[in-house]
Design a protein. Structure first.
Length: 265
């Protein structure tokens, strides 16, 4: 029996190495579309998400009250984004993740046509308060023109102020910058607050930048956040993600996922 011990020892070592190899093997990390499901779960269930939204709208009310004490030559107005600022689209993104799909214009329009978005925590109370104080609310969104009626319908569903085709300004060109629409409001109103979940909701200063430039510009404009700019949390999507794909040929979910992985520290 002793002459077989080296053979048995060697066989046991092979088994141990094989087990260790199996347990330490890394599975592929799926950031898309599973990451959107994680973001949707946070948005739907986390009390911290709700607290952040309440905090944003509490700050907005504080700034509104401060501005109301100052006389103005023009009627006052607030400009707000819609998606993930006033209306919650997390069910759309969780459905995509369950089906292993990513965003498409057709699936998005099919979702908004259903007029099923709930409101973001704090949005209804603040916008109704602003309207009661005589402040106009303009909704500037990059939803498509064909979504106008469904968008107005979803806002009216929750009895939000100024839910009409005059105050809802949708994407009107191939350029997703909101600057021209902001300027159109500014012709007749004094804009006292801008509310959104994306830096492009606030100023053209943030348009068409790479990720490093966006971070630098946010730091440069730091004093405006919480004063004129009020930011809502959105961990599901945004321009922060889109900039990773620019200039690259993204023709599959796997390619999109790899680009995101390459930017993960």
């Amino acid at each position: 029996m002793k002459r077989h011990e080296p053979v048995l020892f060697f066989a046991l070592m092979l088994i141990v190495v094989a087990c260790n190899t199996t347990t330490t093997a890394k599975s592929p990390l799926a950031l898309q579309p599973a990451g959107e499901a994680w973001g949707a779960l946070y948005q739907q269930q986390a009390a911290e998400y709700k607290a952040l939204c309440f905090q944003a709208y509490n700050i907005a009310r504080l700034r509104l009250d401060q501005r109301l004490s100052v006389r103005s030559k023009k009627p006052l107005a607030i400009i707000t984004d819609i998606d993930e600022t006033v209306l919650d689209n997390s069910p759309y993104f969780s459905k995509l993740a369950r089906e292993g799909k990513v965003y498409s214009d057709s699936s998005w329009i099919n979702w908004t046509d259903q007029v099923m978005c709930d409101t973001v925590p704090g949005a209804y109370k603040f916008l109704k308060y602003a309207s009661a104080k005589g402040v106009a609310v303009f909704y500037i969104t990059n939803r498509f023109q064909r979504e106008l009626l469904s968008t107005v319908g979803n806002l009216r569903k929750w009895k939000l102020p100024n839910a009409d085709t005059t105050h809802v300004l949708l994407l009107n060109s191939n350029d997703n910058s909101k600057e021209s629409r902001r300027l159109s409001v500014e012709k007749e109103h004094e804009i006292i607050l801008l509310i959104g979940d994306n830096l492009g909701d606030f100023n053209q200063y943030f348009d068409h930048l790479n990720n490093q430039e966006r971070s630098l510009h946010a730091q440069t404009k730091a004093d405006l956040f919480g004063r004129t700019f009020v930011v809502l949390p959105n961990s599901m999507y945004g321009n922060w993600e889109d900039v990773f794909y620019k200039g690259q040929h993204v023709n599959s979910l796997q390619k999109q996922n790899q680009i995101l992985l390459n930017n993960l520290k």
